[in-house]
Write a protein that binds this ligand. Sequence first.
Ligand SMILES: [Zn+2]
Length: 248
Amino acid sequence: MTGGPSTAATAVPSLRARIGTLLVWDLVTGDKQYLPLPAHDCSGYNGAVLCAAGHTDHRDCHLCPFLVAFVFSDDRDFITSACIFSSETGAWGEITSIVIPDALVLPKPTALIGNTIYFLLDNNSIIEFVLDKHSLDLVEEVPYTYDQTIIMPTKDGCLGLAGVERFNFNLNLWSEVASIDGVVTWTHLRVIELEKILAPEAVSACMVGGIGAHAVGCAVDADVIFIDVYPRIYMIHLKSMKIKEVSK
Ligand SMILES: [Zn+2]
């Protein structure tokens, strides 16, 4: 691997899977690359496209070599596996696997922190794929169960988590914090009362829909979080608390 792998919220290509292939799609240049899937039986899968050129500014990433870290689960034996594709070799590396009973990886935002990518499972636990050691491990459960949870890197390089409580529209932000003796625990950082910053008609439309509000993504560098308040998506700037609708 050249330099440290890194992702950017918008500058690196996105990843989509369709039958038998994985599409790496650069949404800025329109470039598409189809990769063969590393396995045929995936009941759940997720992945991340990583810069392999050591760029710190991912605006340079469009023509750079990339890696795809792909994690997939099989619902017959609950084996979850991970492997890495390199655009430089054009091939997938070795597959590493663990058994996690009754859990499948979810297609949700991943969190890259240092050399480790974190993935959410559908049983509210988190696995880590350590890229340089090529190891896959179950790390922990989420600290609180929301209808929809997302994980993210925090500004200070820890694992963070966001979720909206179903009945009160409160967006909760959590972060892992290590104590002096090295014990890592989840800390509840912040509660944002979405009802106070959303237009009343947005709240009532969402309530009529009965689906509730969900955290769906974030851009850590920009300090923003994206919230699905059915039927719209909003972007909240966490410093200024400005909120903006980004789609209908
Ligand atoms: Zn790059």
